[in-house]
Structures are given as structure tokens and as C-alpha cells.
Design a protein. Sequence first.
Length: 419
Amino acid sequence: MEIITAVRGFKDILPPETDKWRHIEATAHQVFRAFGYREIRVPLLEKTGLFSRGIGESTDIVEKEMYTFIDRGEESLTLRPEATASIIRAYLEHALHAAETVTKLYTLGPMFRRERPQKGRYRQFHQIDAEILGPDDPRTDAELILMLMHFLKILGLPNLNLEINSLGCAECRPAFREAILSFLHGREEELCGDCRRRLGTNPLRVFDCKVETCANIISQAPLLPAFLCEGCREHFEKVQASLRLFDLPFHQNPKMVRGLDYYTRTTFEVTTEFLGAQNAVVGGGRYDHLVRDLGGPDISGIGFAIGFERLVAMIPEGDGDASPDPILFIAALGEMALRKAFFLCNRLRMKGIHVEMDHAGRSLKSQMKRADKLKSVYTLILGDREIQENKAFLRNMLASTQEEIRLDSMEETIMRIER
RNA sequence: GUGGGUGUAGCUCAGUUGGUUAGAGUGCCGGGUUGUGGCCCCGGAGGCCGAGGGUUCAAAUCCCUUCACUCACCCCA
């Protein structure tokens, strides 16, 4: 019979990989809490409308990459492709905005997009997501970015680039959009097929094109900063000024546009050369009207999403939780010894000590081999013979020495050794 | 959705111009010591050569289909 395999694009995360995951999660909890964020856990499944309204009808995510299905022939539901929309939904549904003027939330967990899998990108992937809802002053932006970079630094990630930009607001962005359109007008023939399509959907994304001719053309185009209104320019300046207070290198990248419709003003991205084509580790930005667009008051927000798998891929091997090597392995010889060993082994475990044994009644040699393989610090050698005499041998596996110990005080001896 | 690459033992991979019972390393199990690990030596188990079809006296090898994995594109964290 054939085994049933995981769904395409869905991955098992096995040990010891899970140690890394726990390490990253623990670090996130610790760092984010210090910056005053509280954890929120939102459902993986939402009404489809939440995302089409939040992310934007014409984005690729909504158009072709969502895991959407009709629930019992009634309602269209979608596995969340990102967390921000859900967080804002919960923020509004529970009227958190009425309870406080600043809400700092984070969450971590799986997201779903129905794309062709490739390196660092699966259909179920994971993100760490943080949002600040309420204030729109530039120090908020700087604080969020600062926390993000601090988090990445603590994880020890190498060669990261922080790029920031301002996309302007409803006042100034349309003018820029028009400028780009008129700049490209008449040159459609020179652009690649994708870019011609982009002209109709999101002309700003021509900046992202990797085709050389497109890149050449767009390099002559006017840039966004020149079109920022006074308010946006000032905001952006202040964000940068706040960042400069810290030892935190960043690059202003006027060509960085983002894929989601809701971003306004500050946007940022953290990239690395380590990950092939999937070079972005984090993306984020300000969304001044998303809360309003989702039916709430006109409250602004800013947030980021970290690609968990990409983080994992960059963390050095062995940089995780302490390895689960046992303190003690009990090698038992004989039926009586096996029974005694089983009892001792589990009693010590209940006291929090990691003890292993083998129940199969193998030779001492093979049990020693197993103890060695498990990297057990000590091995207790316990045969029927020793039980008669109320003793056992405690072997130090590193020093290759062993001593005789009394069996009835064995638990105390082990407890003492363990410290 | 589009294009390229790869599918042989648990894992990493050999396998000549098609030619006997398909190999290595590693891992696993056992032995070399009446009850003592690592190093070393010996033995064993483990493969429908991704699946289906075709060509041929003969297919892991050639052809077609399909599936999976993988890299890239679109897009995105």
C-alpha cells in the first residue's frame, strides 16, 4: 500500500530543526515583550472579504494566490495569506482602539498562499508579525524598525540590509503615479510583457522588474521622494533622524515599492544575499487607512512580517535550544534488573531528570553502545547480580571511570550528580 | 500559471556504448569480550532503480506519459 504524503508545498518540521524554531520563537517573545508588545492569536481561517478588502482586490495575492474555498456551499472562506488583516479585524471586533490609544501586538504562526513552491517559499509558511496601532508619529516607525533590527541582531543574522522608503500618502502618491505613467507612455513597446501588464495594474512595480531593458528605462524615471508632499517628507525625515540615533545602518531606496495596496508613507525591507531569489527576510510599512478601510475609525498603523523559514535558513547550525542528551542511561541485565531499571528510570524522569534505557533486554555491550550514541553523561550498570547485593555501577562516560554505588540511595546520588 | 534540473538502500551518491543475482560510503542490527561505549575488524537486514506504458532477445540505462522534489519566473515575507 502506498503511504499518504503531505500536501504539495506543505512541510514537516522535524527535529533538530524544531530546536531552531523554538529558539527563534523564544527570542521573539523575549524581545517583543521588552518593547511592550503583547501576543495576539488570531484564527487561521477568515471570511474571504477580509483579505480582498484589506490587501487589495487587484493584488496577486488576492487574485490568484489565496487558499479560498466555499464552506458547505455557503460562505467563502480563506486561509490567511498574512496576519495584518486578521489582527486589525480582531482589534476592531473587540474594540481595542476604544480601550487604549496605542496598541502594540505581535503574533507568530502559519500563513498560506497557493503558489508554486520554491526555496524559502512554501504554501504553508510562517511569519512573525508585529503591529503598532494608533499613533502615526515618526518615532513610532523608528521604534518598530529598531525593535526589528535588534531582534535580528540578537539572533546573530549576518549581512542584513535595511532599506527604507516613503510611498507618500493619498495626497502625493497619485501625482507620482501619474508621472510614472506619462514617463512610460510611448515606451510601452520597449517594456517586457509583465511590465506592460503592470502599467494597467500597478505601474510602480515596474521599478522591481529584473529585465535589463525595463531596468534601464525605469532608471531614468522620476523618483518618488521628489513627489512627497510637505507632511510626508517631514515624516520621512524624522523617521530617519530617529534611526540615526542608534548604530543602525540603513539605505534609503527610492525604488522600493511594495506589493500590497494598503501601504502609505514609511515602508521598509530587510534583505540578504544568502537566500537566492528569495532575498527579502522582512517586509513592512505604515498603513494609515487600512483600519478605516476595514470598517473602523481612521486609525493608522505600522507593522512588519518576518519570513520565519528564511530566518531559520540563516541561523547557524546548532544555534538552538540545549541538546536533549540524557544525563543517565540505565543498562539493565536480567529480568529483575529490567524491572528495577524501568521503575528508577521513570521516577527520575518525574523529578525532571532526563534518563534513558533500553527495554529489549539486549547485551550489555549494545546497551553501552546506545548510551554512547545518545551522548549520555553517565551510565548505570545494573544486573540481577548487583541487585542481590544492593549495589550498581555508575560509569562516567566521558572520563571512562566507574564507581560502585548503593542501590537504595541511588536516586539521591543521581540527583546530586545532576547538579 | 510558465520554464529548467533531478528522481537508484533510512541518508549522501556510483552504475561504462542497453547485457547475469544493482553497488559504495554512512546509518541501523548482531558478533569479535560469560557483563562494559567510542577506534578497529567481521557479518546481517534493508531497493518493484518514483509510477504507468512502449521499443528490444534483454531496460536503472532508450522513447512517451504521469507524479514528486528542486531551482527560477510572475508575485511576495
